[in-house]
Write a protein that binds this ligand. Sequence first.
Ligand code: RP5
Length: 307
Amino acid sequence: MKSSELSLLPLLCLLLTLEKTLISGQMMSSLVKPGIFRHLMCRNNMYPRSSVLRYPVSDDQVFWSEPYSDYCPPVYTSPHIGGQVWADPPLPSDTFRPQWNQLDGQVNRKSFHGAYKLKDGLPLNPIGRTGLSGRGSLGRWGPNHAADPIVTRWKRNDQGAIVTNPTTGKNILQMVAIQRSDNKLWAIPGGMVDPGENVSVTLKREFTEEALNFTDKANMVEQFFKEGGVQVYQGYVDDFRNTDNAWMETTALNFHDEDGSKVGQLELMAGDDATSVRWTDVDSDLKLHANHADIVREVVIRRNAHW
Ligand code: RP5
């Protein structure tokens, strides 16, 4: 190699890294799309908190466009959502006429994936078959909107220095993860967006309730969230509660405590429907509820952290 070519090497490496980052940076939003993404968590299992078995759906039977003439999913709507203020009434109904694909009063029935179809008067999951009709335990027919706050800090040693991974040489990120009481899996401390609620309010509320159990440092937390987060994902969640007619979608933002002096030094305490809470090292071994690990990976890419 000539010396002039050698001098171009660092530039080439930088371009390759940038290209890799951009490609993987698009992963969640460009891959979790109707006709591309095949959900996994809401297929071929027992519906949570029930004895209802989902009708089998193989990988190549997920999309509605793929033939499946024998498809005959059981209909199930969990009894515990009946009459709840946060839940829709049953369908079909003579009095309840939801405005699909639009803001229906205060309830957001729009999907981040464009207009969803209707079949027999019920909204169809934009990703495809789940092996179950009805609403399961989800409150809304169609999209159920959630918000997920990914609160991060850098891992530090006893002297306060940032810890890097010896192999990648990159800084190790830590995130606040809660253990969900329903499936015992670790997860981002997210929650449902109330009708008419701004997502920023949901993000702070869910974090405060689930990870801090209402802290006395409320002002500092308020300020931390006010400083703003970076949106890393908006769209379908591969949640174990999804059905053919009801599914989860989320808006996920990263709130990063760069010097660890704010939320990074608060004592975590599990509350609401979280049984446990902790700072968790983020790397490729991270296993979380639904496709939360893929969402967290977006933060890793943006912060050029170790994975
Ligand atoms: C997930 O469930 C969402 O991404 C969000 O984290 C959570 C909302 O549901 P609940 O925790 O309120 O049950 O799919």
